[in-house]
Design a protein around this ligand. Structure first.
Ligand code: SF4
Ligand code: SF4
Length: 206
């Protein structure tokens, strides 16, 4: 049986449920940024969840939640992670097809910039000076944003061997403040270790 899991682990019940899902699955695939990196809600891991809950809800005593929102892989073994917010249907179908043929699906770890070059998309960081996250983001989306003249905001999470220091330096040259740069790392995939570390480094550097 193949289990497809969306969403992060944010409550005690979810902690228990994911163990039962794992026990009943031969293959477990996480789908999307929340399941794979904790999602936007993982920002609470850097803060005081109880204080946030009290600041947002009129009756926080009815909110039952863990102090953290974490990725599925922090709780059970994950066989394949599909990044993206949202994931791309081609990735899901090719993973299913591979599994039906008894083949291990291939994970793409390459950087988005490489895909830009392969399909001849003009670089928006070079030509327009916009702060594109492509140099540290994994490929898989088909270069959706740069194709339409927009900078990537890293919804596919970190690529392998990312040089976040170098990108931070480039963003500073483009005139971004440390706070703005930190926010670029502390976005949808803030829970991914490479982005969490980069965000913390730039926000404590000044
Ligand atoms: S547009 Fe972005 S992803 Fe594409 S080459 Fe330039 S920096 Fe890299
Ligand atoms: S270009 Fe970046 S932000 Fe846009 S869909 Fe692809 S990974 Fe996500």
């Amino acid at each position: 049986m193949i289990a497809f899991v969306e969403g992060s682990i944010g409550t005690k019940e979810e902690e228990e449920r994911i163990k039962a899902v794992r026990a009943n699955s031969q293959y477990l695939i996480t789908i999307g940024a929340c399941a794979t990196a904790g999602g936007l809600q993982a920002l609470r891991n850097f803060n005081n969840t109880k204080a946030w809950t009290a600041g947002i809800y009129a009756h926080p005593q009815y909110i039952s939640t863990l102090d953290t929102a974490t990725a599925i892989a922090q709780h059970v073994r994950v066989d394949l992670e599909l990044w993206g917010c949202p994931v791309n249907s081609h990735q899901v179908l090719s993973a299913i097809r591979a599994l039906l043929f008894g083949v291990t699906p291939v994970q793409d770890h390459d950087k988005l910039c490489s895909e830009c070059k392969r399909i001849n998309v003009v670089c928006v960081m070079v030509t327009k000076g916009v702060p594109c996250m492509g140099p540290v983001t994994r490929t898989g989306c088909g270069v959706l944003c740069p194709r339409y003249d927009r900078d990537c905001y890293a919804c596919y999470g970190p690529a392998e061997n990312t040089n976040t220091d170098s990108l931070t330096h480039r963003f500073k040259e483009l005139g971004l403040t440390s706070e703005t740069i930190a926010r670029r790392f502390f976005f949808i995939n803030n829970g991914a270790p490479a982005f969490a570390k980069a965000g913390q480094m730039v926000s404590t550097a000044d």
